[in-house]
Design a protein around this ligand. Structure first.
Ligand code: GDP
Length: 197
């Protein structure tokens, strides 16, 4: 897919204020600092679209970007930051869960996972929850340029094996780098494919 236009539409703190659900929508989510903003910028070829390195625990927003006038890319707030309070975390969960459970045009959630890390409980639990709720998702392993392919592949295998305790098969996955653009075309091609079905 060639990105011809990527336009910021809205930032929302409330699910009932989202843009109308008239186009297919793809959400990106992951632990704070996983490289979500960098990947969104790499995917769209716009270095300033999503704001990188936001302060963890800051205002939690759902950001909508309109891509090629045909689909929405949605930047969801990062989860799992150590410094946030319990009440902040509860608010995050309520707000994001409501979005994920009710957004009717949501086609797929791309769950971002740091390819340098061994499987993290919080990522596994989130995937499990998506599976239980029947929300379609795929795995996007980030920051591949930071270590050898062998190391990334080992962590990906571990993550997929861990998911098999709850799933009969693991969802599609991508190995990406915002730095080298690795995997970006594949993610966009997948969105293209879903859009054309
Ligand atoms: P977010 O909090 O998930 O939006 O993460 P950011 O996109 O702000 O990235 C967090 C940090 O990781 C920043 O310092 C980025 O420059 C760095 N980073 C993100 N993606 C990559 C990548 O693919 N390769 C490398 N080498 N660094 C990355």
């Amino acid at each position: 897919m060639v990105i011809k236009s990527a336009i910021f539409i809205t930032s929302n703190t409330r699910v009932d204020k989202l843009p109308s659900a008239n186009l297919p929508e793809y959400a990106f989510i992951g632990r704070s600092n996983v490289g979500k903003s960098s990947l969104i910028n790499a995917l769209t070829g716009n270095r300033h679209l999503a704001k990188t390195s936001q302060t963890p625990g800051k205002t939690q927003l759902i950001n909508h970007f309109l891509i090629n006038d045909t689909w929405y890319l949605v930047d969801l707030p990062g989860y799992g930051f150590a410094k946030t309070s319990k009440s902040n975390r509860a608010a995050w969960e309520k707000f994001i869960r409501k979005y994920l459970l009710t957004r009717e045009n949501l086609q797929c959630v791309f769950v971002l996972i740091d390819s340098r890390l061994e499987p993290q409980r919080i990522d596994l639990d989130f995937c499990r929850w998506l599976g239980e709720k029947g929300i379609p998702f795929m795995l996007v392993f980030t920051k591949a340029d930071k270590q050898s392919q062998l190391k990334s592949k080992a962590n990906i295998d571990k993550f997929r094996s861990a998911l098999l305790q709850w799933f009969e098969e693991t969802p599609p996955h991508f190995l990406t780098s915002a730095e080298t653009q690795l995997g970006c075309e594949q993610v966009l091609a997948t969105i293209d494919e879903i859009n054309s079905n």
